[in-house]
Ligand binder design. Structure first.
Ligand SMILES: [Zn+2]
Length: 172
């Protein structure tokens, strides 16, 4: 066991790219759903060589480099098919929980998968400094819950490079 942990920490020290993310939950979402969504977002970022560090403000001071995801029930002014949004040139994004919940259907597993992907997508906008969407993958404008469940929605190699550079700059 000890050896296993040592290998893991050596590996993350090798990559050295850590993104600090705080979830500010303003919904009544079940905690286990949020936890599983965070695990999903973590897995998506690990594929591009970035480790997510989920900040608990009750335990730790929040550094200026921290990215904040607000989980809100809804945003009445957001147009019909919007599931989340990112504030350009900021560290702040929002995820519209009730809309994602409705889209995902009754399975809490699907809801967690969907929330995890929307969080990754909005973090993607912040890190790519780009409001535009790609034709395929995680940064497509339309969210495909089926492909998300298959683990098929990812950042492109180009996006991965830009994200790594942005994380390296943010954590300096
Ligand atoms: Zn988007």
């Amino acid at each position: 066991m000890t050896r296993w942990f040592r290998i893991i920490s050596t590996r993350s020290a090798w990559f050295g790219l850590v993104l600090h993310v705080l979830v500010y939950d303003q919904t009544r979402a079940p905690l286990d759903v949020i936890g599983r969504a965070q695990a999903m977002t973590t897995a998506i970022f690990r594929r591009v060589g970035v480790e997510l560090d989920w900040v608990d403000p009750a335990v730790r001071r929040v550094a200026a480099s921290t990215y904040v995801i607000r989980l809100v029930p809804d945003a009445p002014t957001a147009s019909g098919n919007v599931l989340g949004f990112a504030v350009p040139d900021s560290h702040m994004a929002s995820v519209l929980y009730e809309r994602v919940d409705r889209l995902a259907g009754p399975s809490t597993r699907d809801v967690a998968t969907a929330i995890g992907h929307v969080m990754a997508h909005e973090l993607g906008h912040l890190l790519l400094s780009d409001a535009s969407h790609s034709a395929a993958g995680l940064m497509r404008s339309e969210f495909d819950i089926v492909r998300a469940g298959q683990g098929a929605l990812r950042f492109s190699d180009d996006q991965a490079r830009t994200i790594r550079a942005a994380v390296a700059a943010a954590d300096r």
